[in-house]
Write a protein that binds this ligand. Sequence first.
Ligand code: ZN
Length: 108
Amino acid sequence: MSGHYLALMLDEHGVHGEFGCDEPDSAPCHQWCEYGCETGCHHPRNTVEKCQPLELLESDGSDWWDSYIGPDCEPRSGPIIFEWSDDYYAWRYEEQENNGEIEKETMT
Ligand SMILES: [Zn+2]
């Protein structure tokens, strides 16, 4: 079960999405390279307070749907999985995890 989720909220301005993280501090998303590498390095890790995929997604100013990489589906709140995609984090719904696609680096 993923500790990451998307919460959708509809109001008069539209549909807002908010990503959340329930992972403990020991989870991979709270471990960050001492040298600031974004992924794939073997440097020592620092424990950071803020979930790193969340931090990056929030800081790049894009809308919650911009980084969605799963198949077409109805938008909904629910558990999600972050995937590193070249130089940014993308996400998909958790239950779409094993749909025959090539294994990528995932952060649950
Ligand atoms: Zn997290």
